[in-house]
Each structure stands twice: as C-alpha cells, then as structure tokens.
Ligand binder design. Structure first.
Ligand code: PBG
Length: 331
C-alpha cells in the first residue's frame, strides 16, 4: 500500500475536525442489522432473575419472555440466541435433559416462534448446561468421547429443529459434528434450517460469567482444552473453519471476540463466507463493570463492537444488543 502525501500539505485532522466530516469519512458503522441478542431461560413461573456476574442480564421463565422479546421486536433485532439454565436435579452424566421434548429450550422456542415469527432464533448445540460435570460432551474412560457425543448432539439438533429453531449452532467443538447434524437435518426434511458453527472456539477464561448464567461453573472441575482450541493458534482456526464449511456450515463463528480479532480478519480475508463474532460474557462483564466503576465511559461499548466490524464480522452476538440498539436508534 502506498501512503500518499506529506506534512504540512496533508493534515489528517482536516478530515476529523467536526462531527459531520467524521460521519462522512467513517469506514465502518454499526447497525441493528449486526446484532444478535442472547437470552437466558429457566424454568418456573414469574421469574426475572438477575445474574450476579453479568450486571443487567437476567434469566427469564417462559411466561416472562415477552418482557425481553418485546424489546427485541421494538428495536428490530434480527435474531435472538437461547441459552438454558438447568436445575441441578435435572442434570446427569449424559445430559439427558437436552433431549427432553419439554425442556426449557423447547418451551421457549415454541413460545417465541408462535408470537415473534419475524425474529430468527438460534440455539446452542452442546451438553454443558445439562451435564452434571459441566462438559460439552459425555465422558467415557475419563475422556470426552467425541463420537458418542455426536450421536446425542444430532438428536439435540433435530429436536431443536422440530421445535422451530431457525439456526442450529453447535458450540461443543466435537470433530465432525457439523457434517453429522447437516446429514440428519436433511434426512428429516429440515433443509432450510441453517447451521452456524462455532468453528473457531477457543478454550477461554472469558466464559466464566456465562457458566454462572447456565449454572455449570461449579460443576466443571477441569478445563475444556482437549476439545476447544488452544489460544496460541491461528493456522488451526483455518483447519477448523475449512472442515466445518466442507461439512455444511452456512456461517462460522469466532469466539471469544475482542482477544481474537485477528482470527476474524484472517478468516474473512481467506474464506469469503459470513463470519459472526461472539462478544462473550467475560468481555461483557469487564466492560460493564468498568463503566459502573467509572474506569471507562459508556462509549467503550460502541468502540468494542465497532472493532468487530473493522475486523470483518457480519454480525455480533452481544449482551449489549438491546442497550446499543437503543443508542443507535437515537442517532
Ligand atoms: C457452551 C457455551 C459456552 C458459551 C456459549 N456456549 C461456554 C463454554 O464453552 O464453556 C460461552 C458464552 C459466553 O461466555 O458468553 N458450549
């Protein structure tokens, strides 16, 4: 790239001097079309339960989902992502509750698809909210058993599709699960159900607050490094992405977000496919607490989200979705 011009003929502040010129010059913009709103659901009635480690984020019982869904509709959020909090007594070694037709995800899916047909719904495929050990797969001989887990994940995905899920999002990081899920969906005539693969998902410390939210933190006694990616690696992300695309992923996700902007950019430059970013719970809580404690100001939210746009993300899953949508609307 050739840098043209020289001081004092060129003074870059001339394109920064006022808000109107900055608006004209801006290379990236965040819009409501970029936002995916995660929602935590739980059983029971009349419950809007704050999650301590995620200030401003709640768990909703199905009868209270209207509270947040109405806002999603008002701000024209294109898609919501559902995550379940499972009661301890419903968890077991095999994550059996994941396949229960009346589990909280199935109930929420039915509720939302009936009343908010214009909003897309995506659901996580993984067992961690349902297992007593908090891992995404089942454990056989002290190891997460990849292939046995896939058999369950395929059933979980089919159940979600049956209940009206639009976008199946395997976040489990088992090898080969995208292909298995795509095949099973097609066989059951769910050709129009998409797969958003958490293709480059790193074993990260930034998931802590989420594990509180779905109630798996205390159960989890070890890390997820045997199946989630090593944070030292970039080339491996290419391998993960290409395998998932070959297996039938429509969209790929990079996760966490801010510490992995290079991954988003590299993938976007090398594969011309839609890439979504997940600004995960730890990122959210750090920024939120920083603002609450006046360490940083509120504009940090927009700054953090714009970084994903610069890197090339098509959309961002963010717990700030509603908050930022409200602001965007005011501009
Ligand atoms: C489950 C899952 C996790 C997240 C999304 N799906 C946690 C994990 O892999 O341990 C994290 C999201 C967040 O931190 O906001 N497989």
């Amino acid at each position: 790239m050739k840098i043209v011009g020289k001081f004092p003929n060129i003074r870059l502040r001339r394109v920064r001097n006022s808000a109107w010129i900055r608006r004209l010059i801006s290379e990236n913009n965040l819009s409501i079309n970029d936002l995916i709103l995660p929602i935590f659901v739980r059983d029971g009635k009349n419950k809007v339960e704050p999650i301590k480690s995620m200030p401003g984020v709640n768990r909703y019982s199905v009868d209270k989902l209207n509270l947040i869904m109405k806002k999603a509709k008002k701000y024209k959020i294109p898609m919501v992502a559902l995550f379940p909090y499972t009661q301890k007594n419903k968890k077991d070694k095999y994550g059996t509750e994941a396949l229960n037709k009346n589990n909280i995800i199935c109930k929420s899916l039915k509720f939302i698809k009936k009343r908010y047909s214009g909003i897309g719904v995506m659901c996580d495929v993984a067992l961690d909210p349902y297992t007593s050990h908090g891992h995404d797969g089942i454990i056989i001989n002290k190891k997460i058993d990849n292939d046995k887990t896939i058999e369950i994940l395929v059933k979980q995905a089919l159940l979600q599709a049956e209940m009206g899920c639009d976008v199946i999002a395997p976040s489990d990081m088992m090898d080969g699960r995208v292909g298995a899920i795509r095949k099973a969906l097609d066989k059951r005539n769910f050709q129009n159900v998409s797969i958003l693969s958490y293709a480059a998902k790193y074993a990260s410390s930034f998931y802590g607050p989420f594990r509180d939210a779905v109630g798996s933190r205390k159960n989890l006694k070890s890390d997820k490094k045997t199946y989630q990616m090593d944070f030292r690696n970039l080339n491996e992300a290419f391998r993960e992405i290409s395998l998932d695309v070959k297996e039938g992923a429509d969209i790929v996700m990079v996760k966490p977000g801010m510490p992995y902007l290079d991954i988003i950019k590299n993938i976007k430059d090398n594969f011309k496919i839609p890439v979504f970013a997940y600004q995960v719970s730890g990122e959210y809580s750090l920024i939120k607490n920083g603002i609450k404690n006046k360490l940083i100001n509120e504009e940090a939210i927009l700054e953090s989200l714009m970084a994903f746009k610069r890197a090339g993300a098509s959309a961002i899953i963010t717990y700030f979705a509603l908050e930022i949508a409200r602001k965007i609307k005011k501009f």
